[in-house]
Ligand binder design. Structure first.
Ligand SMILES: CC(C)(COP(=O)(O)OP(=O)(O)OC[C@H]1O[C@@H](n2cnc3c(N)ncnc32)[C@H](O)[C@@H]1OP(=O)(O)O)[C@@H](O)C(=O)NCCC(=O)NCCS
Length: 372
């Protein structure tokens, strides 16, 4: 009989094989390419092709994937009508979770084989960007916009939000965050999607569940939570006083720490470099001083390093994006990783069914109603 082991949070447990991404010597690789190399050289659509079709696209394939995304971007009228019925107080991540599930009723792709699921993955990627932008417009008393021809995925999301094509720096920064967020092996939301689809359930169900998992502040919700934390301070001194106390009280500091990176998250280093340039360009020295005031004792005293969500929160903030969009933008990217994993899971499937240690009452008889 196989030995049973217990690992809270499945820490250290190998739960499957993947050829999509790995963290090797603290560096993240998507299908063998380092995240730094990808961040320097490719756009989000190229990463999407890499994750879903297993190789970087050539020029014709890149043009084709862009055309496919464009064809899948328009939202069904019924979905926009449904968006209008959701109270404005409902958080964007909840709206996105519901609307992705609802969009599934209009899935234009037939079948469930790999070719169909790759198309479905592209359709979901295109629709998610458009849903985020449509909801953003409605919240701002503006009508959702049709996509504009010729824009890349990152620029398209910003265009459909704001009604004008973004400047080059904004496009570059959003595209970079989409590249950095796209994939991260067996993280909580990807694992959720794999577990759902290991029952041979469908891709839309897997992605809907994954969105629910990503929402939490210990996972994708951390970019928003990290910025909420920084917003509490007007000066670096205030931030220093707070962090000293927070560390004494053993509080969780959002945007720091990681289950697999114990010596720092390479994505955070890549994004922080861009963030510093952005802050410099905008003259936002106070925000950077607050950012550093939290980071210094976390890294120097606690040896807990920023993860990608820490610089991401402030990057989006300095781009004047509302907090409610931060985690949805993570979804707009990670959907590619989720769907690549769902396809991989189906290829060599075994249903996920771990064990538990029972800690409830011993066996006992059911008392009659008048004896309870
Ligand atoms: C990401 C995270 C959930 C990983 O959790 P984990 O692998 O279970 O890490 P652990 O809880 O085992 O952390 C080990 C120690 O570091 C501490 N620690 C980890 N992250 C911390 C943080 N962000 N702030 C303060 N202390 C932290 C833990 O409290 C623990 O201390 P202890 O040994 O004294 O109890 C955790 O680091 C966290 O909650 N971070 C903040 C949320 C966040 O930024 N999430 C985005 C991840 S990309």
């Amino acid at each position: 009989m196989r030995e049973e082991t217990y690992s809270p949070g499945l820490a250290g447990v190998i739960a499957g094989e993947t050829n999509i991404a790995c963290v090797a010597q603290g560096n993240l690789l998507y299908r063998g390419y380092t995240i730094q190399d990808l961040a320097d050289k490719v756009c989000f659509e190229e990463v999407t092709h890499l994750l879903l079709f297993e190789e970087l696209p050539n020029a014709a394939q890149l043009s084709s994937i862009k055309k496919t995304l464009a064809s899948y971007r328009p939202l069904p009228g019924a979905l926009i009508a449904a968006l209008r019925t959701i109270p404005t107080s409902v958080p964007m991540m909840d709206v996105l979770r519901s609307m992705v599930s609802y969009a599934g009723h209009f899935d234009p792709v037939d079948g469930n084989d790999e070719a169909a699921n790759r198309q479905r993955a592209l359709w979901l990627t295109a629709q998610i960007g458009a849903i985020i932008a449509a909801r953003y417009r409605l919240l701002n008393d503006k009508e959702p916009l049709a996509p504009k021809e010729g824009l890349g995925h990152a620029a398209q999301i910003l265009y459909q939000c704001h009604g004008e094509a973004p400047d080059a720096l904004s496009e570059e920064l959003i595209d970079l965050t989409l590249v950095l967020y796209a994939e991260h092996d067996f993280n909580a939301s990807t694992f959720t999607g794999r577990v759902i689809c290991s029952t041979l359930s469908d891709m839309v169900s897997g992605v809907t569940g994954a969105i629910g998992a990503l929402k939490g502040p210990l996972h994708g919700g951390a970019n928003e939570a990290a910025m909420e934390m920084l917003q509490r301070f007007s000066t670096a001194e205030e931030a220093s006083i707070w962090i000293t106390q927070a560390l004494k009280n053993k509080e969780k500091v959002m945007g720091f720490g990681h289950r697999v990176y114990k010596n720092g998250d390479h994505r955070a280093v890549i994004l922080e470099e861009k963030l510093r340039k952005l802050a410099e360009q905008k003259g936002e020295y106070t925000w950077m001083a607050i950012y550093d005031a939290i980071k210094k004792p976390m890294t120097e005293e606690k040896k807990i390093y920023p993860n990608v969500d820490y610089p991401c929160g402030l990057t989006y903030f300095l781009m004047d994006l509302p907090l409610d969009l931060y985690t949805p933008l993570f979804v707009a990217s990670r959907v590619t990783g989720w769907t690549a994993h769902i396809i991989e899971q189906r290829r060599n499937n075994r249903i996920y069914r771990p064990l538990s240690i029972y800690t409830g009452p011993k066996e006992r008889p059911v008392p009659a109603l008048d004896e309870r």
